[in-house]
Design a protein around this ligand. Structure first.
Ligand code: AMP
Length: 317
């Protein structure tokens, strides 16, 4: 099964306590597409400028990502400049230059309108909604992301787009802002009351939580000694999550739980380099090894006992 992703394509300049890097390939659609491409064919819809480098297009094509929907427009590619302090969980935007992204109007090709899996990465919620309206068939799974900028600037159209998502994937700070609620359980309940059947809350080094109306699941982040750059970790998580679901076609509770772990696996590689360098040169062996490490990391109880041994009140006194 293939996945269609619509989102930003960028050149990012990022500073972290471990170094800095100028004009690395980035954008929500790029990280998502590369992560998902290890599992299923991916088509990307986005916009780039005259400055989009041939080697970046070649990297996408080496991953068999269909770039037919990547339109090239006269001008510069979107540029984002960000900084992380000691807290790697929060990006501080220093500068955003929309450039050709300002006039982005996604137009899906006829084959893309039938895509069974759709990811609406972080873009203007008006565009997310218009993409949904272009779909000829309701995809088996529609997931989407958003960010603080749209929560502030476009609350109404964002609510309309989110009401059409099956799964909202959002980071911790932003779900609090969206729900106007600090408690994550209550914030998730709020999102579930707005239409989605699932909300996945990305929590950086604390992992990710998924909520449905009757279950909560926690996936840890892989404990790493060095994080070079967390940019793109959330989109890589989403790419691993949806890539696994589309490849396995397993939309059961167990399938979604495995997808949360695969998301964490892919994000754990992204944070190991500036830009998508590390993410883009993985072998399936490395991905499977890390998946197995996650199994070991999270396995804690093979016994059939559902109750813990305890002292009676009498023993305690
Ligand atoms: P994340 O996975 O949340 O770390 O997303 C990182 C990516 O989001 C970066 O590669 C940026 O280029 C991209 N980005 C930053 N600001 C925006 C924006 N306003 N709209 C779309 N994409 C953005």
């Amino acid at each position: 099964m293939s996945i269609l992703v619509v989102g930003s394509v960028a050149y990012d300049s990022v500073k972290t306590p471990n170094g800095n890097h100028q004009n690395a390939l980035g954008g929500s659609a790029i990280y998502f597409a590369v992560a998902a491409s290890y599992f299923v064919p991916v088509s990307i819809v986005g916009v780039v400028g005259d400055d989009f480098l041939p080697e970046d297009k070649a990297m996408l094509e080496a991953h068999y990502i269909d770039t037919g929907g990547l339109s090239r427009v006269h001008g510069d590619t979107f540029r984002w400049t960000g900084e992380y302090g000691e807290d790697f969980n929060e990006a501080h935007t220093i500068d955003t230059q929309l450039n050709v992204f300002a006039g982005f109007e996604p137009e899906l090709a006829s084959s893309e309108r039938k895509s069974p899996f759709l990811f609406l990465a972080n873009i203007d919620p008006d565009l997310q909604y218009r993409v949904l309206q272009q779909m000829e068939e309701r995809p088996q799974l529609v997931a989407g992301d958003t960010m603080n900028f749209w929560i502030q600037a476009k609350a109404e159209t964002l609510a309309r787009a989110i009401s059409e998502f099956d799964t909202l994937m959002i980071n911790q700070g932003e779900v609090r802002q969206l729900a106007k609620e600090n408690n994550l359980v209550k914030a998730a309940r709020y999102v579930l009351s707005q239409g989605p059947q699932m909300v996945v809350i990305k929590r950086g080094e604390y992992g990710a939580l998924s909520f449905t109306s009757n279950a909560i699941f926690a996936a840890p982040a892989y404990p790493l000694e060095t994080i070079v750059d967390p940019t793109g970790a959330g989109d890589s998580f989403a790419g691993g999550f949806m890539g696994y679901l589309a490849a396995s076609r397993d939309l059961t509770t167990a399938g979604f739980r495995r997808a949360m772990i695969v998301g964490s696996v892919m994000a754990s590689f992204t944070v190991g380099s500036f830009g998508p360098d590390r993410l883009s040169c993985l072998s399936m062996g490395e991905i499977n090894d890390r998946y197995r490490e996650f199994r070991r990391l999270t396995y804690f109880d093979g016994s059939a006992e559902a109750e813990l041994p305890s002292l009676t009140c009498k023993d305690r006194s």
